[in-house]
Design a binder for this molecule. Structure first.
Ligand code: GUN
Ligand code: FE
Length: 445
């Protein structure tokens, strides 16, 4: 297939490329084999006999699929609920009771299909999911992602401490054994090119030192992804350090037990000290920025713009559903923008997250966090074709976008229509503007 579209994609943290007319050649296995930059009106050189060429309709453009680096599949059923509470109370009162119901495989089967369909339809082509602690539910989630065609990391939650009796692993050893069984299921039975296992110690409070050690050893042996929560909320940090008084910091708890690697995904990181940031950098771990959740649960505001400026580029966005109330990553991008502007106002500094950086976080940055940047994140030759076709002038936005003339004619003169359409979609668009969703070269929505 050859797709001839205007494209917008991230080449790096501060480089967003806009190109008016590009032919992206995609092989049968979904790999981008050639990217041709064309002059307006020129014809595409058809590579193979009979190869189908798809041309953009008016106003349409193509962007890479959005990457959600942190979401809890069994929490979608609570979306938008419980934000009068802070983290630890919210977990105990709202989250754990809901997750516990996924011991019932029928509930998992029905709900996870809805979750994956919903996230795909809002343009999340890749998602890193926490399942519940149940082995069966986690296998179901991995299967559903595979069968619905979503690229995903899926993990069984590990928690053997400070968790309710009705929702905890029986022991550190059992937690490890079920995790190994799950990883082997994904690798040997499911054998999906889209779905990868991820070791998922919930956070230090819910994991004994023994459990973190065992998982850390396994992670080091198996070269497998790992995801956890880190330094989200002040009350959480105090309780964590009371449980681990001999570790120098929250980040050291993970570093000292083998949990920090270049395939670690660390959610939130709202209150890291300079020393902890350096530890994260040293291990080349990724940070999942979850701004909507951080506001809702009054956790904190991560200064992602500063981290990026300091050369920490392995950062992406997480919906953290249902700490966040969003199904997709567009809302996270908007809240990330608001959060960085709030910091800029509070600190009287002129810098905040630029459009280039925001879109980087939602795509290529997310791919880097998940160590999938050789596979996805932009339209480079050799990557897989995960893409969204956007038309900002459809459905809900039609009247609005067509009726509003740019206020400043001079600005309009300088700013290309494509850039303007793209920015307006990011900040004022809806999922109704997403015309098609491709994962691995296949149309899934
Ligand atoms: N920390 C430990 N578990 C969770 C969770 O489910 N959501 C959030 N936001 N933080 C956590
Ligand atoms: Fe979370």
């Amino acid at each position: 297939m050859i797709y001839v579209y205007p494209i917008i994609h991230s080449l790096d943290v501060d480089t967003l490329e806009y190109a008016e007319r590009v032919a992206i050649h995609v092989s049968d296995s979904g790999t981008i084999t050639q990217v041709e930059y064309l002059d307006a009106g020129s014809e595409v050189e058809v590579g193979r006999e009979g190869e189908e060429v798809v041309y953009a309709n008016d106003d349409e453009f193509l962007v890479p699929g959005l990457v959600d680096t942190h979401a809890h599949a069994p929490q979608f059923t609570n979306i938008g609920y419980g934000f009068n509470l802070e983290l630890l109370d919210w977990l105990n009162e709202v989250t754990f009771p809901t997750e516990a119901s996924y011991r019932d495989a029928a509930i998992a089967e029905a709900d996870f299909k809805r979750v994956v369909d919903a996230t795909l339809s809002v343009g999340t082509t890749t998602c890193s999911y926490y399942s519940s602690l149940h082995l069966d539910a986690t296998k179901i989630l991995a299967r559903v992602c595979h069968s619905r065609g979503q690229r995903a990391l899926v993990g069984k939650v590990n928690m053997d401490s400070n968790s309710p009796d009705y929702y905890r692993d029986a022991s550190a050893e059992e937690s490890l054994q079920q995790t190994i069984e799950y990883v082997e299921y994904v690798r040997n039975t499911l054998q999906s090119t889209l779905v990868h296992p991820v070791i998922t110690p919930r956070f230090a409070i819910c994991c004994s030192s023994e459990l973190l050690h065992k998982l850390g050893q396994y992670i080091q042996q198996q070269d497998v992804h790992v995801q956890t929560h880190l330094s989200e909320n002040k009350g959480e940090i105090d309780f964590t350090m009371s449980l681990y008084p001999d570790d120098a910091s929250y980040t050291h708890i993970y570093a000292n037990r083998g949990i920090l690697t270049s395939k670690s995904i660390l959610a939130h990181c709202c209150h890291l000290s300079k020393q902890e940031v350096e530890l994260v950098r040293q291990f080349n771990s990724g940070i999942s920025h979850c701004p909507t959740s951080n506001f809702n649960l009054r956790s904190g505001i991560t200064d992602v713009n500063e981290l990026l400026s300091n050369g920490l580029h392995k950062i992406g966005l997480g919906s953290d559903c249902s700490g966040g109330y969003e199904v997709g990553i567009l809302q996270s991008l908007r809240t990330a923008s608001t959060a960085s502007k709030a910091l800029s106002i509070m600190h009287s500094t002129p810098s905040y997250l630029s459009l280039d950086r925001l879109f980087y976080l939602a795509t290529l940055g997310g791919a880097r966090v998940l160590s999938l940047d050789n596979t996805i994140g932009n339209f480079r030759v050799g990557k897989q074709f995960d893409a969204l076709v956007i038309n900002p002038y459809t459905a809900a936005n039609k009247t609005l976008f067509q009726s509003v003339k740019p206020v400043n004619a001079q600005r309009e003169h300088k700013t290309h229509k494509l850039q303007r359409d793209f920015e307006r979609w990011l900040f004022a668009g809806t999922s109704a503007n997403i015309q098609k969703v491709f994962v691995d070269g296949k149309q899934v929505v």
